[in-house]
Ligand binder design. Structure first.
Ligand code: DGJ
Length: 727
């Protein structure tokens, strides 16, 4: 899968359908990028490296600066005349910033090495092959290792970067994880943007000259920006067109930049955001940048999506739950907010146990003096006024009802009105001498300090050890600002953002390795940290605080563009919806939540009898379809965001034996033509039976003629179509 041609010094990385080719440039020993795209049989591609149409070899000899600004580089650096966006920049103690990396050596090996302290994809020796290319700047004594991995049966390439300092202490001011110089085929940019309660909406526009992209400076990957970017050829759809996509396995400040240059080539880079990043690298010290995933599809967005889903399900999510049906949970947040006690929770659990719900999750408000969102974060001691007998009593009682128990925590936070803050005001992130800004009346703990980290770990551990807790919802409700750490020297303050993310990874790593059977769900004010870094620790992430079924269509469509359905936290909540006031049918809410982890977020003791009676049917539906939804191949068939009428997706079993189509009629109009739902990705000759109508279709009928659906009377109605293979 990975080969090296010693005569031309060319590297070729082949996946089942793609080739990625680069070489050691003849001119100056830089790594020069040749090609990424559909599989090619030869590596003789050096003619592709110069972007200037007038460039000649003779010209290159006398015009190094112009050469450097027009060659396709594999890992471009700053200071020597490449005026496009760069992948790496440094600052020496003298204040100089020239860095020139030249090929030194390489190694091709089976399997994949771990990144220290960072989440990353993993694979066994028989599933994956990797390449380390070692580059050096001899003047600075800096060594840079570019690592690439390719996986069996997947059109994905992962990349990461390690910097080793063999010279004098130096500052790294930019270390991107990947870079890709591309011949621009009139590309459009695709990204996922949003806000709180409206996360990950797809946005697409033509690639303009100059810099553009998506980045976060909030200390978290964020609601507003997701660490995903793609270039797509014009008219790309779910089933056709070229897609070059990147996704960063990281949960903090990231930057995904695309620069269109004077020759109309595009350079994509992705990595830690250089904003406020300055990392001091002492002699013999090293720095590892997070892993980036690159996916190429020549068959539109759908193929890209399924590559990401397969890669993440098999090679990124570690939890033993990844291949298991998750317990159907009921969370009390929208049911009670802060107003609950043992009795109320047991009432909910009692009713829940009667309808097949399997776990009660107690959300915010169970600890310290927390009766609203103004205080007590950091005081992780149970509030016995609300929960007499403590967690142990409550959990035992819930367990007696046959339900598991899960708990909410927000371990990274500290409220100014908390015992923890009164004891350790300096543990909150703040610049000495300045009053730091609050958000939701809370500060963020400086987890980069070991005493703060150890205290936080002990608090989490004490809670989890105090009762039979089988699930933790790890929340994080504000961005980072007022950055400073009392634990870092002045010339290391620029390391704060990354050190913070590493500390969160350390805590979550300890949690999942100390409690291997614990189900961890990440959350950040809804979906503010829905990224591959978090997926490494938790098999599911709360998608959004917006549980309205119609809004969820777009949120889940954008999320599922990259992240597997098995990871999307989705619940049925009560109506009118608490965020929008919209009323949707209970059944539709169930069908939409079925595309994710599935659960409830309502007061089951108060909802109408009619809705309550629906729950056992929904529970049955979940048990019937969850294996298929969690493990199958996802195809987006229609988007309400595009057609303003209806949404439709399907999941096909890996062995193609069954298909589940979900159809949501959002806006109905009179006298419209019947709807035709055309399925995708089927074997034309297989036959499928619609179990409800009894109709038998061949695969080609389903793909080309489609299923005829009459309009469903009423807005927001939905329907499942279950097709089972018949021989
Ligand atoms: C934000 C989360 O997204 C909600 O589900 C809930 O847990 C609240 N925080 C609690 O404060």
């Amino acid at each position: 899968m990975i080969s090296f041609n010693p005569a031309s010094k060319t590297f070729k990385l082949d996946t089942p359908n793609t080739s990625y080719v680069f070489a050691v440039g003849k001119e100056f020993g830089h790594l020069v990028h040749y090609y990424y795209g559909p599989k090619v049989s030869d590596d003789n591609l050096s003619y592709l490296s110069l972007q200037d149409p007038n460039a000649t070899q003779a010209w290159v000899e006398r015009e190094k600066l112009s050469y450097v600004d027009c060659v396709s580089f594999e890992y471009p650096t700053g200071g020597t005349g490449d005026f496009r966006t760069t992948a790496m920049e440094v600052e020496t103690q003298e204040g100089y910033s020239v860095l020139e990396l030249k090929y030194d050596s390489h190694e091709i090996y089976k399997g994949k090495r771990k990144l220290s302290g960072l989440p990353a994809t993993f694979a066994g020796e028989d599933e994956c092959q990797s390449l380390d290319v070692i580059l050096k700047d001899d003047i600075l004594g800096l060594k840079v290792v570019l690592t690439y991995s390719v996986f069996e049966n997947l059109d994905a390439i992962t990349r990461s970067v390690k910097v080793i300092n063999e010279g004098k202490a130096i500052y790294l001011t930019k270390v991107m994880s990947t870079c890709l110089d591309l011949y621009n085929e009139d590309f459009e940019v695709l990204k996922l943007c949003g806000t709180w309660a409206r996360e990950r909406r797809m946005e697409r526009y033509p690639l303009a000259h100059g810099y553009q992209g998506i980045s976060s400076k909030r200390g978290i990957s964020s609601h507003q920006e997701n660490p995903f970017i793609a270039l797509v050829s014009p008219n790309t759809t779910q089933t056709q067109g070229q897609v070059y996509a990147m996704n960063l396995v990281y949960s903090g400040n990231f930057d995904a930049d695309i620069y269109r240059n004077q020759f109309d080539y595009a350079r994509m880079t992705m990595g830690i955001n250089p904003y406020k990043f300055k990392w001091k690298l002492e002699t013999n010290a090293s720095f590892e940048a997070p892993e980036a995933v690159m996916v190429y599809s020549a068959e539109g967005l759908g193929k890209m999506t399924r590559t990401f889903h397969d890669l993440y399900r098999k090679h990124l999510i570690r939890s033993p739950y990844k291949n298991m049906k998750r317990p159907i949970l009921i969370n009390n947040w929208e049911a009670t907010y802060f107003d609950f006690n043992t009795e109320k929770l047991l009432d909910i659990a009692r009713e829940a146990s009667k309808v097949g719900i399997e776990m009660l999750v107690m959300d915010d408000g169970w600890f310290g003096d927390r009766n609203d969102d103004n205080k007590a974060l950091g005081d992780w001691i149970v509030n016995e006024k609300k929960l007499p007998g403590g967690l142990k009593y409550l959990v035992d009682e819930v367990n007696k009802l046959g339900l598991k128990f899960g708990i909410w925590m927000e371990p990274e936070m500290i409220c100014p009105d908390s015992d923890l803050y009164r004891a350790h005001p300096d543990w909150a992130i703040a610049v000495p001498g300045r009053v730091a800004g609050k958000s939701r009346n809370q500060y963020v703990l400086d987890l980069t300090r070991s005493e703060v980290m150890e205290h936080t770990w002990n608090s989490i551990k004490a809670v989890v050890d105090s009762a039979n807790i089988e699930y933790v919802k790890w929340d994080m409700n504000r961005p980072l600002a007022d950055i400073a750490s009392l634990g870092l020297d002045n010339d290391r303050q620029g390391e704060f953002f990354h050190r913070y993310v590493m500390a969160v990874y350390e805590l979550q790593g300890r949690l999942v390795s100390s409690y291997p059977n614990l189900l961890l769900e990440n959350c950040s004010g809804g979906g503010g940290r829905f990224d591959p870094g978090m997926l490494y620790f938790s098999p599911q992430i709360w998608c959004s605080d917006d549980t309205d079924a119609v809004e969820r269509l777009r949120i889940q469509e954008g999320t599922a563009l990259v992240y597997p359905l098995s990871s999307m936290g989705a619940h049925v909540s009560d109506c009118p919806n608490h965020i929008l006031g919209r009323v949707t049918p209970f059944e539709t809410r169930g069908h939409v939540a079925l595309a994710g982890t599935f659960g409830y977020e309502l007061d089951i003791t108060k909802i109408s009898k009619e809705d309550r009676d629906e729950i056992p049917k929904q529970v049955e539906m979940y048990h019937k379809y969850n294996d298929l939804v969690r493990e199958g191949d996802y195809y987006r068939l229609a988007s309400f965001a595009d057609n303003n009428e209806y949404d439709c997706w399907m999941v096909k079993a890996k062995d193609e034996s069954e298909i589940l189509v979900t159809f949501v009629s959002v806006m109905n109009r009179p006298n419209m033509k019947p709807l035709t739902i055309k399925l995708q990705g089927l074997d034309a000759s297989r036959k499928y039976k619609d179990l409800e109508s009894g109709m038998v279709y061949t695969g080609d009928m389903l793909m080309y003629a489609g299923i005829r659906e009459s309009r469903i009377w009423g807005d927001y109605k939905s329907k499942l179509i279950h097709l089972v293979e018949v021989k």
